[in-house]
Write a protein that binds this ligand. Structure first.
Ligand SMILES: NC(=O)c1ccc[n+]([C@@H]2O[C@H](COP(=O)([O-])OP(=O)(O)OC[C@H]3O[C@@H](n4cnc5c(N)ncnc54)[C@H](O)[C@@H]3O)[C@@H](O)[C@H]2O)c1
Length: 255
C-alpha cells in the first residue's frame, strides 16, 4: 500500500481493538490521525503506543451518541488538519444478551444511541466537510450481525442492520460528490467486545467453541485482519468501491 501524506483520518472507537489496529495501519501510510473515544487518557495512550506526536495526531474524548460531542470532534479535526479524507465510523457497544422478552427498553436505547444514532451523527457532521472537498472515503463498522439473526442480542443485531441501511443511503447520496461509503462486517474477532459477549452468554468456553465451530476457518479473527480490509477500503486502492458490504468472518456467511 502506498503512503498517503497530507491526508487525515478520523477514527471513532479508536481505543478499542479494531480501532487501534486500524490506526496502526494509517500510521504506516503517514496519515494524520484524529482518534476519538470515550476517555481522553485511553486515546492518549494509543497515541503514545503508536509513536504519534502533536503534529500528526489529535486525541478527542467524545461520546458519539451526543450531538455536541460529534460536532466537537469534527470541528477539532478540521481546525487542526483542514480536511477529513478518511472517516472510520467505528465506535460500538454490544449491549446485554437475552431473548427479546428479556431485553429491556433501556438496553435497546443504550445500544441504539451508540450504534445507530452515533453512526448517523458521525455521517451528519463529517459529510459536509467532505462535500466541500468533493472527496473522501467513509467506512461504517457494521457486523455479520447486520446480515444474520442469531438469537440473544436483538438490540445489537437490529443496530448493525441499521448501519447497513445508513451505508447504502449515504453511498447513493454521495457518489456524485467523489465520496465513497462502505461497511465492514466483522465476524467473531478477538477484542474486549467478544470477551464481554462470551461472558454475557454464561459458559465462556462453550460459547467460544460454538462460534469457532460455526466458522469454516475454525477460529476467531484478529483485529489486525479486520483493519487490513478497512485500510484498503479507506484508500485510493478502492477507488471504484462504494455501497459495498465487506464481510471479514472466516467464511461464516458463506455457509
Ligand atoms: N469484536 C467483534 O467480534 C466485532 C464483530 C463485529 C463488529 N464489531 C464492531 O467493531 C467495532 C469495534 O469494536 P471492537 O471489537 O474493537 O470492540 P472494543 O470494545 O474493543 O472497541 C469499541 C470502542 O468503542 C468505544 N465506544 C463505546 N461507546 C462509545 C461512545 N458512546 N462514544 C465513543 N466511543 C465509544 C469503546 O470505548 C471502545 O474503545 C464496533 O462497532 C463493534 O460493534 C466487532
Amino acid at each position: 500500500m502506498s503512503t498517503s501524506p497530507n491526508k487525515t483520518a478520523v477514527i471513532t472507537g479508536a481505543a478499542g481493538g479494531i480501532g487501534k489496529a486500524l490506526a496502526k495501519r494509517f500510521v504506516e501510510r503517514g496519515v494524520n490521525l484524529v482518534l476519538v473515544d470515550l476517555k481522553q487518557d485511553a486515546v492518549e495512550q494509543v497515541i503514545k503506543e503508536l509513536g504519534l506526536n502533536d503534529s500528526n495526531s489529535l486525541a478527542v474524548a467524545a461520546d458519539v451518541s451526543k450531538e455536541e460531542d460529534v460536532q466537537n470532534y469534527v470541528a477539532k479535526a478540521v481546525e487542526k488538519f483542514g480536511t477529513i479524507d478518511y472517516f472510520a465510523n467505528n465506535a460500538g457497544i454490544e449491549g446485554p444478551s437475552g431473548l427479546i422478552e428479556e431485553q429491556s427498553v433501556q438496553a435497546l436505547d443504550l445500544v441504539y444511541n451508540v450504534n445507530v444514532r452515533g453512526v448517523f451523527l458521525g455521517l451528519h457532521y463529517v459529510v459536509p466537510v467532505m462535500k466541500k472537498q468533493q472527496s473522501g472515503a467513509i467506512l461504517n463498522t457494521s457486523s455479520l450481525a447486520g446480515l444474520m439473526g442469531a438469537p440473544g442480542m436483538s438490540p445489537y443485531i437490529m443496530s448493525k442492520h441499521a448501519v447497513i441501511g445508513l451505508t447504502r443511503v449515504t453511498a447513493n447520496e454521495l457518489a456524485a460528490h467523489g465520496i465513497r461509503v462502505n461497511a465492514v462486517l466483522p465476524g467473531t474477532i478477538n477484542t474486549r467486545m467478544m470477551r464481554q459477549i462470551e461472558q454475557n452468554f454464561g459458559d465462556v468456553e462453550a460459547f467460544k467453541s460454538a462460534n469457532e465451530a460455526a466458522t469454516p476457518m475454525g477460529r476467531y479473527g484478529e483485529p489486525e485482519e479486520v483493519a487490513a480490509v478497512m485500510n484498503f477500503l479507506l484508500s485510493d486502492e478502492a477507488s471504484f468501491v462504494t455501497a459495498s458490504l465487506y464481510t471479514v468472518d472466516g467464511g461464516m456467511i458463506g455457509q
